[in-house]
Design a protein. Structure first.
Length: 261
């Protein structure tokens, strides 16, 4: 399983990822196999995703573009196991999360998948440190270990001086940095970000984007981001647009395209 060790010096604490110990299938860390998602709206069936099959390899930054209502967030929720497809399978590192029970999927998601949302979704009655600690505490980890891990991450995102503050005392950019630290507390294999810069100004959004890139892709994790921002495209490995239920590769992406299967 993904894990990390903590190196301390006199001036800073650095979290180093270590080798993933799951199936280590770099050819398809994320795999969608003939995934279809439909909804009933007023007695009419709406097809949001139509027979989508795609793979993403290790350590890739993938961007999903598309107009509002095109199914970007739905696709992200399917990858994260929050929602289930009407048909087809979603695989994460060789494990079909669509074939798991609700309990198994919840435990898998908690361990291997981190989420960053546009609205931050911090708990207002918890401090910054407590918000970051929460996912590991839910997993039953010893409090002292959880606290050290949370504080090390908050140092990395530049918020060591705000650990005891509450969310309503933070700027939007600071809240999103807390959300990033919380998403990484379990050292997940995959990080899913839904419009993470949508509520931020340009400069703050760029800082958050750089931070996400540094702590995910450059640390060997997969980052899948839903966005309306064309500016994100230039730093992504793979870019796709959702059109009429299909994922269409954008050839403006700077690196190699994803592999359709």
């Amino acid at each position: 399983m993904p894990c990390a060790f903590i190196q301390r010096s006199n001036s800073s604490t650095i979290i180093h990822p270590v080798a993933n110990q799951t199936t280590n299938n770099c050819a398809g860390v994320i795999k969608l196999d003939h995934v279809t998602k439909t909804y009933e709206e007023g007695g009419v069936q709406r097809v949001v995703l139509n027979d989508v099959s795609i793979e993403f390899g290790c350590g890739e930054f993938t961007v999903l573009l598309g107009k509002s209502g095109s199914g970007k967030s739905t696709l992200l929720n399917l990858i994260g196991g929050i929602d289930a497809p009407t048909s087809g399978d979603v695989w994460i590192d060789g494990q079909a999360i669509t074939r798991m029970s609700d309990t198994e999927r919840t435990l898998f998601r908690r361990r291997y998948i981190g989420f960053v949302f546009q609205a931050f979704n911090l708990i207002p009655t918890l401090s910054v440190r407590e918000n970051v600690m929460l996912p590991l505490e839910l997993g039953g980890r010893p409090s002292a270990d959880v606290r050290r891990r949370a504080e090390a991450l908050l140092e990395q995102v530049g918020l060591a001086h705000r650990m005891d503050a509450f969310p309503d005392r933070l700027s939007g950019g600071e809240q999103q940095r807390v959300a990033i630290a919380r998403a990484l507390i379990n050292d997940p294999l995959v990080v899913l970000a839904d419009e993470p810069t949508g509520n931020l100004d340009y400069d703050t959004g760029k800082l958050v984007l750089d931070l996400l890139d540094t702590l995910t892709r450059q640390a060997g994790k997969n980052l899948v981001m839903v966005t309306h921002s064309e500016e994100v495209v230039g730093v992504a490995d793979r870019v796709f647009r959702l059109r009429d239920g299909k994922l269409v590769e954008d050839h403006l992406a700077p690196h190699q395209p994803a592999v359709s299967v």
